[in-house]
Design a protein around this ligand. Structure first.
Ligand code: MLT
Length: 415
């Protein structure tokens, strides 16, 4: 007899974005005329084609596969040296951040990395998760059996929720010194969904907390390319001491538009360690992750890694900057539209997400339905990102300019 992983039973009905898609499809089937004017600002999926430097690199790499001398079979599980070197040099060392090529592990996506990292962490960890936040952190911990059941408000027993709200600028503080210390804490900046960014001082507080409490920080920087203000940190390793307490997650999805192509990476510094179960010894996480990758992963395809490398070429970098500028101008347009509707608006200044308070007394899903029915615009209900997201919604700036202008118009017309 086979037994299934009963932790899956604890999960709330469906993952957020498929649930949104289900509701949108039902609406479109029932209202074909309105479906024609539907604009999707829900899931943060890029809309613009890949940069031409990436396309050229893809073509070259494909042609190599037709040539016996250049053909590639299995590649290194941790990523090809050419890509690891480009990442470490341009994303880190050129910015004065100490990261070695072999501390980069190339993967097929940050969502997978966020879930897979739990493979090398113990089950006894007391985990802190921001609320609201990217739902993958909570759900993967539920699947791994790190939580109890969910309460009626949707909070899982055993998780420490780190509330982001208007008072703290959606940047949660580390727990008080008197609270049970966290073993692991997720951080996501620029934040999905609120678009909030953490200043150097706020990240310093987290690194100080982590070093004092032996906490591992899982720092999701998937949206770092959207940081506009030069004083804001883009990597946790800009904070002294972070190499001893943090893993960083990065992605090519939102900068190079690789949501379909798939490529990302994580950074695990060699001096980063975690305790054995009895607390007696410390083990480097770098070696554990390398072992995990070589056992469970055969690496990202050569073709895709050449495409990712092209993002670091001078043309690639200029083309990525232009893409980001386009989405950030959309964000400014959407921010204005929401403000003109008389709503309280956050984020969207160093992130591609605009976080908006629903009108008084209107719930997140209720507003989602209203936007779908009346404005024919798909947004993401804030409560899908955690209980503290109730009363808010997220608008994604990943869209064409024409659509961003139209959504802003429809939003302001709601007033
Ligand atoms: C989002 O919309 O929150 C993201 O696109 C989801 C993801 O990156 O997996």
């Amino acid at each position: 007899m086979a037994f299934f992983n009963e932790n899956y039973r604890k999960l709330k009905a469906g993952y957020l974005f498929p649930e949104i898609a289900r509701r949108v499809n039902a609406f479109c089937e029932a209202n074909p005329k309105r479906a024609e004017r539907l604009i999707r600002c829900g899931i943060g999926d890029v809309t613009e084609p890949l940069p031409s430097a990436v396309i050229a690199a893809l073509h070259r790499a494909v042609d190599e596969q037709a040539n016996r001398a250049l053909f590639r079979g299995y590649g290194p599980e941790q990523g090809y040296p050419f890509l690891r070197a480009a990442i470490a040099e341009i994303d880190y060392r050129a910015r004065g951040i100490d990261v070695a090529d072999d501390e980069i592990f190339v993967s097929d996506g940050s969502k997978c990395d966020c879930g897979n990292i739990l493979d090398i962490l113990g089950h006894q960890n007391y985990v802190g998760v921001p609320d609201p936040v990217y739902p993958v952190y909570v759900d993967t911990n539920v699947m791994a059996g790190h939580t109890g059941a969910a309460s009626s408000s949707g909070a899982y027993e055993g998780i420490c929720y780190l509330t982001g709200n208007e008072a703290n600028g959606f940047v949660p503080e580390p727990p008080a010194a008197t609270a049970k210390p966290l073993d692991v804490a997720y951080l996501c900046f620029p934040n999905n969904p609120t678009g909030a960014v953490a200043s150097r001082e706020r990240l310093r507080a987290w690194v100080d907390y982590a070093l004092a409490n032996d906490t591992l920080l899982l720092f999701d920087a998937a949206y770092e390319a959207y940081v506009r203000e030069p004083s804001l940190p883009r990597s946790i390793y800009e904070i002294h001491g972070a190499r001893r307490c943090a893993i960083e997650f990065r992605s090519f999805s939102k900068n190079g538009g690789f949501t379909g192509l798939r490529c990302a990476f994580i950074v695990i510094p060699k001096e980063l360690t975690a305790r054995t179960g009895d607390g007696g010894a410390r083990v480097p996480l770098h070696g554990l992750w390398a072992r995990r990758m070589s056992t469970k992963f055969n690496g990202v395809s050569y073709i895709v890694q050449r495409a990712a490398e092209a993002i670091y070429s001078p043309e690639g970098r200029a083309q990525v900057s232009a893409l980001i500028a386009l989405y950030m101008e959309n964000a400014a347009i959407l921010r204005r539209g929401a403000a003109e509707a008389g709503l309280r608006v956050f984020g969207g200044e160093n992130a591609p997400y605009i976080w908006v308070a629903t009108p008084a007394g209107v719930g997140s899903w209720e507003f989602f339905d209203k936007m779908l029915r009346e404005a024919n615009v798909v947004i993401t209900p804030g409560s899908g990102f955690g209980a503290a997201g109730e009363g808010y919604f997220r608008i994604s700036a990943f869209n064409s300019r024409e659509n961003a202008i139209e959504v802003a118009r429809r939003l302001s017309a709601l007033r």
